[in-house]
Design a protein around this ligand. Structure first.
Ligand code: FAD
Length: 285
């Protein structure tokens, strides 16, 4: 099923993200993770794509398991900045063969030794996906602005071009202040972007890791978040509890303000997703 057709079917569409482990030895555990996440009643599961295509086959394999075993739509991520046209043609053919209909089309982070190839931006990939099959296509967006783009207006203008090239929906980078998301929605609507913009919520379990990736990705950290992280980051259980409570509050505020889709960056931690879903059981019903 195409993800764009899920929107509006329920009060709130919920999705979770997982990543295929890099090591083959850890691979079988991912299927248990999928089983546990799907049992929470989520509407789709997205599967990341390792930098440089390091987990490309695994992404398709896990996405295929989600669909075949659980009859749940999977969203397979795909990056392009270090791919050839033939690589992408092959990946799309694999997806078609496995009946994967939903792709999150990404540029990817440029590797240290970046050699420019046929794909400069995600829009180039989106155009190729469009021309090679009937896929439902998602794109990434950045409420705090993408780290490489100096001016937010330019970032939004490029985002508009990307959506017009064929995005059916957008998923945001993590954010920890809902006002950043609401302001972003005003700005995208002002330029005429009308596709769903799914807020990506990251429950903070490891505060140091999240602070580091927030710095790298240019995600702003509000004082309330910093106070919680500073207070609890040395106590993993307290941090987990605080992180789940913080994410829950963010989601309640989003739903109360009419947002109809939530993407959870619970990664390969179904227990975290379960606690959040439990906190929201009446709210999502
Ligand atoms: P683009 O949309 O191409 O944008 C990249 C930059 O180029 C932006 O600064 C944009 O403003 C600028 N730009 C766009 N078009 C133009 C133009 N015409 N001229 C000049 N500048 C332009 N990475 C992975 O490796 N694997 C994953 O599975 C993965 N999943 C992700 C999921 C989500 C929801 C998000 C938000 C990110 C994910 N990423 C993933 C990270 C992503 O690959 C990086 O953030 C990457 O740096 C940008 O990818 P993009 O698709 O947003 O790029």
């Amino acid at each position: 099923m195409k993800i764009k057709d899920l929107f509006g079917q329920k009060k709130v569409t919920i999705s979770c993200e997982i990543f295929p482990p890099k090591k083959d030895t850890a691979f079988s555990g991912i299927f248990e993770t999928v089983d546990a996440i799907q049992s929470l009643g989520v509407d789709f599961i997205s599967v990341t794509y390792g930098a440089g295509g390091s987990t490309s086959k695994k992404t398709v394999e896990v996405a295929s398991y989600i669909q075949e075993r659980h009859h749940l739509p999977a969203l397979a991520h795909l990056t392009c900045c270090d791919s050839t046209k033939e690589d992408i043609r092959q990946r799309l053919a694999d997806m078609k063969e496995r009946e994967i209909e939903n792709i999150l089309a990404l540029r990817g982070d440029k590797p240290k030794e970046y050699v420019p190839g046929p794909y400069t931006y995600a829009i180039d990939l989106i155009r190729d996906i469009k021309s090679q099959g009937d896929f439902c296509i998602g794109g990434a967006c950045y409420p705090d602005g993408h780290v490489e783009c100096e001016h937010k207006e330019d970032d939004i203008a490029f985002l508009k071009e990307k959506v017009e090239a064929g995005c059916d929906f957008l998923t945001t980078q993590m954010f920890f202040d809902n006002n950043v998301y609401y302001n972003f929605l005003y700005r995208v609507l002002a330029v005429g972007i009308q596709v769903p913009v799914i807020p990506g919520i990251m429950p903070v379990i490891n505060a140091r890791q999240v602070k580091r990736s927030a710095e790298l990705s240019g995600t702003s950290l509000p004082p309330r978040f910093k106070a919680i992280a500073d207070k609890f980051s040395d106590d993993p259980l307290a941090m987990e509890q605080a992180g789940i409570a913080y994410a829950t509050e963010q989601i309640i505020d989003l739903v109360a303000n009419g947002v109809k889709y939530i993407h959870l960056y619970t990664m390969n931690r179904p227990q975290t997703a379960a606690k959040i879903m439990e906190n929201l059981s009446h709210i999502l019903r």
